[in-house]
Design a protein around this ligand. Structure first.
Ligand code: PMP
Length: 818
């Protein structure tokens, strides 16, 4: 007896961890009947596939889960897809009937429209592909006949003919790296230029003395950039990246031979941009006709198709084609794409040569390794890259457990390009959180500046070098008077560490006033002034010389946005600390404050806060340090520096993160007066700080910010982003507050807008789901319930819209509604 009605409305799910929820019950037993048990799964799958851009993957998840608890047989798997479609047919037929009987009962037709859409969508999915996908979900070889083809090719290796003239077993071939992590491919922006790519690849072959360049099978590649390779997945857009053939890069016009007897199965000019161009598919019947498979030859010359007809016999060794040139070969550097196909999946004239990473195993099974025919010795291929698991394993054993990793399922990122990061499968992630890659990941101008200088000279500040002088002038010119003396260091921590020394030698006092939840760096003395750390896990509170004032948080703090005097009230806590220091006979040293609070939860300081605070501190003889490590260099949009939005000029400014766009660079800029107090005879030497390479990179970053008007962009896109985020608040009560300046934005999630109870689990869920949908974010704030948005400044309005619409989708998911 089967239940026969496992749909979303009938399944009851338990509470708790959204990533490990289980079905705890079902309701509505009116459809129970005596039948084949696989019918239950077919019904459930038909529902699970509704409204899914990629229904087969949705069903495969269900099949995998079902199989774990109640194993499926191979026969059942073979029938599953037809049963699902039959169920959908019954469903639409039933709806039509019910509509006549009970025209007012909406529930009875609730799935009619999506069922029709799904039925039509499944017209494009071959039965054999679905079968392979379901077998794969159960841990079976996806294409059951694949191993027979592989075995036959292995056993008959010595009787196969050549595919191209050079003998790939002995002649010089070079295996090219066309993967996402390739250092041979150059910058992603160059990939659309076929001439540049041809020069690069053929140059590499020439340098290696090879007549053939080999492009690997099962390699995820960044070169498939046209719409042809884009697909709509269940978690947003996906790109086909995984190469299913073997490429043989050779001069255009080189002959191609049939490696064994065949007949022409089909031929076609697949003329789209980055498509196959002229293509031939041969059919091979071997083992006395008991085994059939196909070989595909793509990117051929136009005349290769002349005189062909379907079914035309071809002898082993016969020249069947010539390698084509661009543009007729689809617009690629000249090469032959060779692919084996076990089942044509009802296709004509072409067969996918590149697969979605999520379907990798299924397609590799349908198209086994063409090197079974080409027979390039294994030792020509470089060893595989380390898997994410292998890296995790080494990290576990060799690195400190205090290093954290983002996301439930860690990412292995292998390439960056402007506001995008790419994992090893080529999945593109929109980076909405990395403010270090300020002008864009691997910005070509910054990269070039570093590479060129590194090839010429890298020393230290004990020699005279023009780039140090130019950078010091340039950096100081971005700051107001009297901030005219700079020190170059290698990190934000080094900058703050030095700032403390400067302040202490100027005031001869170590009494330091800090802001709650502030973070200033990882050294011993910086942990002592970082409430984020000394008040956090493993922290031991502040030492006696460190005085903490409340975070001036207008949303959650003591004084709210509605209070016009809030800034002064928050600043009066500083006056209070000053008084206490003085009463206990001390002298105020420094007040350090981030210009916008990052770890504190993307807090914008109340208008007038810093000017009041600075007044209290300076009246008592203290110096004011602005930590601009997170927010400097135009991020806030309206100004180049965060402190400028507060109308103040600090005594010391510390810079880091964005200053080198990822290169370890930092700086401290102060007044000549404070710099003079520090010059007490002791040398300040920093081995790496101010080296020519760092200076060249720092200069390039400033150039790019200016040339690409990135501050302006931060203002424009940031305003748009915050507007759209605020637009979500009506629909989603979970969003308690949206705040920020420019492209430094926080979205605070709360369970209740009155009590402001933090929604930390929900924030964590959102960040992990956004990542699954291709957008990188993180959480912070004392309650870990603030979503941080601080992308590279090349972030566009379209990126902002994508972020907001995706957030909208994620916020409607069941876990967040419960
Ligand atoms: N100050 C602030 C405000 C920071 O956010 C950080 C780093 N998160 C630092 C200083 C320390 O910089 P680094 O990690 O480069 O030493």
């Amino acid at each position: 007896v089967i239940y026969n009605d496992a749909n979303d409305y009938n399944v009851i799910v338990g509470e708790g961890d959204p990533w490990a929820r289980e079905v705890v019950g079902v309701i509505d037993f009116g459809d129970m009947l005596h039948s084949y048990t696989v019918g239950d799964l077919a019904v459930a799958a038909a529902y699970a596939m509704l409204d899914k851009p990629d229904p087969i993957t949705a069903a495969a998840h269900l099949v995998a889960g079902y199989h774990q608890t109640f194993a499926l047989t191979e026969q059942e798997l073979e029938l599953l897809y037809p049963l699902i479609r039959a169920r959908l047919c019954i469903s639409v037929t039933n709806s039509a009937y019910q509509q006549q009987v009970e025209p007012d009962n909406e529930y009875l037709v609730i799935s009619e429209r999506p069922a029709w859409i799904l039925l039509e969508r499944l017209e494009d999915v071959s039965e054999e592909f679905a079968h392979c996908a379901f077998r794969h979900a159960c841990g079976l070889a996806p294409e059951s006949r694949s191993s027979a083809v592989v075995e036959w090719l292995e056993e008959n290796a010595n009787s196969l003919g050549r595919v191209v003239e050079p003998d790939l077993k002995v002649d010089d071939v070079v295996v090219l790296d066309l993967s996402f992590s390739s250092r041979e491919l150059g910058d992603l922006t160059e990939l659309s230029d076929v001439e540049a790519m041809t020069q690069r690849l053929f140059g590499r072959m020439k340098a290696a003395g090879a007549s053939v360049g080999v492009g690997r099978y099962n390699e995820a590649r960044p070169i498939y950039t046209s719409e042809l390779f884009k697909a709509e997945g269940n978690d947003g857009a996906e790109w086909r990246t995984v190469h299913l053939g073997l490429d043989l890069f050779m001069k255009a016009g080189s002959p191609v031979f049939a490696p064994l007897d065949a007949r022409i199965y089909c031929f076609c000019n697949n003329a789209g941009s980055l498509d196959y161009g002229p293509t031939i598919i041969l059919e091979h019947k071997v083992a006395n006709g008991t085994l059939t498979f196909f070989t595909l030859y793509g990117h051929l010359s136009n005349d290769s198709l002349e005189g062909l007809y379907d079914g035309k016999p071809v002898r082993q060794g016969e020249r069947i084609a010539r390698i084509g040139d661009y543009p007729i070969n689809g617009g690629w550097p000249p090469h032959l794409h060779l692919q084996i196909i076990v089942d044509m999946l009802d296709r004509e004239g072409e067969f996918p040569g590149v697969a979605l990473p999520g379907q990798r195993d299924i397609w590799l099974s349908l198209s086994p390794d063409p090197n079974l025919i080409a027979r390039i010795p294994a030792d020509r291929f470089p060893s595989d890259e380390m898997s994410a698991e292998a890296i995790l394993d080494v990290r576990d054993r060799r690195l400190s457990p205090t290093l954290s990793i983002s996301y439930n399922e860690p990412l292995k990122i292998v390439r960056g390009g402007m506001q995008y990061l790419y994992d090893e499968d080529g999945r593109a992630y929109l980076d909405a959180v990395n403010n270090v890659a300020h002008v864009g990941h691997c910005h070509p101008r910054v990269v070039r500046a570093g590479q060129e200088q590194m090839a010429v000279l890298n020393t230290n500040t004990r020699y005279l070098h023009e780039s140090l002088a130019r950078y010091a002038e340039r950096l100081c010119s971005t700051l107001p008077e009297p901030l005219r003396v700079c020190f170059l260091v290698c990190s934000g921590s080094e900058a703050n560490e030095l700032a403390l020394r400067l302040a202490r030698s100027h005031t001869r006092s170590e009494e330091t006033i800090v802001v709650e939840a502030g973070y200033h760096g990882n050294t011993t003395s910086l942990i002592e002034i970082s409430s984020y750390k000394f008040d956090g896990p493993g922290g031991a509170g502040p030492p006696p010389n460190v005085h903490k004032v409340p975070m001036p948080d207008l949303y959650r703090g003591q004084y709210k946005r509605s209070d016009p005097l809030a800034a002064g009230k928050y600043a009066s806590h500083i006056a209070g600390e000053v008084e206490q220091i003085q009463q206990s006979g001390g002298q105020v040293g420094a007040f350090i404050c981030e210009s916008l609070l990052g770890c504190g939860g993307q807090i914008v300081l109340p208008t007038g806060y810093l000017s009041e605070a600075y007044r209290h501190v300076r009246n008592a003889g203290g110096v004011c340090i602005a930590d601009e490590v997170q927010v400097g260099f135009g991020r806030v949009g309206s100004h180049f520096w965060g402190f400028e939005t507060q109308g103040v000029v600090p005594d010391i400014v510390t810079l880091g993160k964005p200053i080198g766009n990822g290169h370890p660079l930092g700086a401290v800029v102060t007044t000549p007066e404070i710099a003079a107090s520090f010059a007490n005879g002791m040398e300040y030497f920093n081995t790496f700080g101010g080296n020519p390479v760092s200076c060249a990179i720092g200069l390039a970053v400033l150039d790019v910010i200016e040339a690409e008007r990135l501050q302006e962009n931060a203002l424009k896109v940031g305003a748009r982003l915050m507007d759209s985020l605020r637009g979500l608040m009506e629909e989603h009560p979970l969003i308690g507050d949206v705040r920020g300046l420019g492209l430094f934005v926080g979205v605070e999630l709360v369970l209740d807008r009155e009590t402001l109870e933090p929604a930390a689990d929900q924030a964590d869920y959102v960040v992990n789901r956004m990542k699954q949908r291709g957008i990188l974010l993180s959480t912070d704030g004392p309650f870990h319930n603030v979503i941080k948005i601080k992308p590279p400044l090349v972030f566009t309005e379209a990126n902002a819209e994508f972020l907001v619409s995706t957030l909208d989708k994620v916020l409607t998911e069941d876990f967040l509604k419960a």
